[in-house]
Write a protein that binds this ligand. Structure first.
Ligand code: ADP
Ligand code: MG
Length: 329
């Protein structure tokens, strides 16, 4: 079983039977669970785990940045539904090799991102780990009842859009793994060189909370999620949940100048990085073609929704078999 088959099996075993779901709008299968409240709002809840060796290695990311990224990738799941993040819970299994200074830097990074989005850290758990660092974050948010943008409502004819350039994070990760000396400078600013910009995008992703809210307000967005595993994988979740297909114009994928520059220097394939790399944390959404999203919100049209369930046609690219996003197993 790969990761997503396992999750489907959990659902088949009755994780969300009709009795336990009677006070819940949406359980497993979206960026967040949706729980209606009597106040006319919905509570959104999501949880994510980051494991040393799988999601990061301690020699490639500093404590502050890791704390910030742990908050960001979770807040991003609230953004993915157009919600407003409100609270977080942080659980840590800490190996003894991480000293007090490291621990406090991590917490400072985590809290600084939380403060930026008015998210209160309300609890968690702290234990010792015999070996690797394990970080689990649960994040809560809110939105008007019935308005959260889910993955399962894409409609045939919708435009498929993303909120920003793709592949930067994957290129940054590749530079880090190759030990690129300039790219690995932890004090890099995104304005320095192309390599530093890409590494920064990998280490310090920014959750698109404002963008998600604007997309909710504009009314025509039918389906949305955040890009954590790469469009090639993430789009499949929207298609599968909605029972539709898509045509994606590979030549329209938005690529940053920095990514183009690096790919031409190194002979890397920018399309492969953009579609399969993941961790960009931009939003992927489908929108009624008659509705203009907020003019101030940057967005790029990359394709359209078709009637052929679960199929993706990559126009101008390789065959669909060749574009697989990230899967844990
Ligand atoms: P995301 O990338 O947005 O975090 P995932 O692809 O990790 O979402 O998960 C897809 C869905 O499966 C989510 O609704 C998530 O809550 C659910 N899920 C993942 N793992 C488990 C599990 N072990 N038990 C129950 N639900 C799970
Ligand atoms: Mg998500």
């Amino acid at each position: 079983m790969h990761e997503f088959e396992f999750i489907e099996k959990i659902m088949e075993e009755g994780a969300s039977d009709s009795r336990s779901m009677r006070r819940v709008t949406k359980g497993i299968g979206d960026d967040c669970a949706i729980i209606p409240q009597e106040t006319g709002t919905d509570t959104l809840i999501s949880t994510d785990m980051l494991i040393e060796g799988t999601h990061f290695t301690l020699d490639r990311i500093g404590a502050y940045m890791l704390g910030s990224k742990s908050a960001s990738v979770n807040i991003s799941d609230i953004a993915a539904m157009g919600g407003t993040p409100t609270a977080a819970f942080l659980s840590l299994a800490l190996p003894s090799s991480l000293d007090d200074e490291w621990r406090m830097e991590f917490i400072k990074g985590f809290l600084s991102r939380c403060k930026e989005f008015d998210v209160a850290l309300l609890g968690g758990d702290t234990t010792a780990s015999p070996d690797r660092l394990c970080i689990n974050v649960t994040v809560m948010g809110t939105c008007t009842h019935g308005k959260a943008i889910r993955r399962d409502r894409a409609k045939v004819g919708d435009l498929v859009c993303v909120t920003g350039t793709l592949g930067n994070s994957a290129a940054g990760l590749r530079l880090l793994l190759e030990g690129d000396p300039e790219g690995c400078n932890e004090n890099a600013s995104p304005n320095d060189s192309a390599r530093r910009y890409l590494v920064f995008k990998h280490l310090m992703p920014y959750p698109m909370v404002w963008g998600g809210q604007k997309l909710l307000e504009c009314g025509g967005v039918h389906a949305m999620m955040d890009i954590s595993d790469g469009v090639a994988s993430d789009l499949r979740h929207i298609l599968h949940a909605s029972g539709v297909g898509a045509e994606i114009d590979v030549l329209k994928l938005p690529l940053s100048d920095q990514l183009k520059q690096l790919c031409s220097e190194r002979g890397w394939d920018p399309v492969e990085l953009a579609l399969c790399g993941g961790e960009d944390y931009e939003l992927l959404f489908t929108i009624d073609p008659q509705v203009e999203p907020d003019l101030f919100l940057r967005h790029y049209i990359i394709g359209k929704i078709t009637a052929d369930p679960d199929s993706i046609e990559w126009i101008g690219g390789k065959s669909s078999r060749d574009y697989l996003g990230f899967r844990h197993f």
